[in-house]
Design a protein around this ligand. Structure first.
Ligand code: ADP
Ligand code: MG
Length: 274
């Protein structure tokens, strides 16, 4: 039995569960105690509960977005050594990490450079920063996504599979050049690029700048159409550095701390691969 001044705590918790207010459910008893002790006006108590629920929700949302982004672990902007890639402007990367204008416009980022130069690291780190800033991101190897889209196409569900990806403000396609030259594969990739054009952003990493893209798409018209759409609103970062892994290994051998910089800003030089 409850008198007018006592509250059935179990009932309150049941109601809060039913209303799906887990943040309030977790904290109401303690806050009520504090409120009683300090003589808060009822409105202040209610406001404090609401603030906690909103903060908890945004925390859970961020956790969900981090999980769905499937970012490789441990690749952050803080652990990215910008001195190793002097041709990439840290200020420009930091501006991209804020998101805002470019993601709202569905603009793209294209990251080129030889193997081991830090493309995956930098794109994962950018993805992480964007999730932390409230954007939704999916990081995927290009081959994995292309395979999924091919399966969808076989099931006559390509359009809805591509539409589902609309929920992500940014799609990171890592290692574009490893997609094999196969008509079916490459046309799902083209569908994806064409559908997201000017609506939703993509960050694409590739070993080879456009000169070699004829090898990715089945014919020249499709190659040009894909490049055209990707480049139209884009930031292109070229990371023409020697493999960070190899430099680190060399450095260990020489018994020095940091890898030396063997950078070239000569953009006409063909990208070296491992
Ligand atoms: P890519 O994708 O271009 O082949 P990765 O991003 O996989 O290269 O880099 C290879 C390894 O070297 C990774 O472990 C990555 O974290 C590290 N690495 C590369 N560049 C840097 C950098 N500038 N600062 C810190 N670590 C780096
Ligand atoms: Mg990589």
């Amino acid at each position: 039995m409850t008198t007018p001044n006592t509250v059935d705590a179990a009932r309150v918790e049941l109601l809060l569960s039913e209303l799906r207010l887990p943040g309030i459910k977790l904290r109401w008893a303690k806050l009520a105690e504090q409120s009683d002790k300090e003589g808060w006006p009822a409105a202040r108590f209610l406001a404090a509960l609401a603030e906690h629920e909103v903060a908890d929700r945004s925390c859970r949302r961020m956790e969900r977005h981090l999980a769905e982004a499937r970012l490789p672990a441990g690749k952050t902007l803080a652990t990215f050594d910008f001195e190793a890639v002097p041709m990439v402007s840290k200020a420009q990367v930091m501006a991209l990490a804020a998101g805002d204008a470019w993601l709202e416009q569905g603009a793209n980022v294209l990251l080129f450079g030889p193997s081991g130069g830090g493309k995956s690291h930098l794109s994962a780190a950018l993805g992480l920063a964007l999730v932390e800033n409230g954007w939704r991101v999916l990081f995927t190897r290009t081959t994995d996504l292309v395979q999924q889209l091919q399966v969808a196409r076989r099931d006559l569900a390509l359009e809805s599979a591509i539409t589902k990806l609309d929920r992500y403000d940014l799609l990171v396609l890592d290692d574009l050049a490893y997609v094999t030259k196969d008509q079916a594969e490459t046309s799902v990739l083209f569908e994806l690029i064409a559908t997201r054009y000017e609506r939703r952003s993509m960050l694409i990493t590739a070993n080879q700048p456009f000169g070699e893209w004829g090898k990715i798409f089945p014919d020249q018209a499709m190659t040009l159409a894909a490049i055209d759409r990707l480049v139209h609103h884009s930031t292109i970062l070229e990371m023409n550095v020697e493999s960070y892994r190899r430099r680190e290994a060399l450095d260990r051998k020489r018994g020095r701390g940091r890898p030396p910089v063997h950078a070239t800003t000569n953009k006409t030089e063909p990208a070296k691969t491992d």
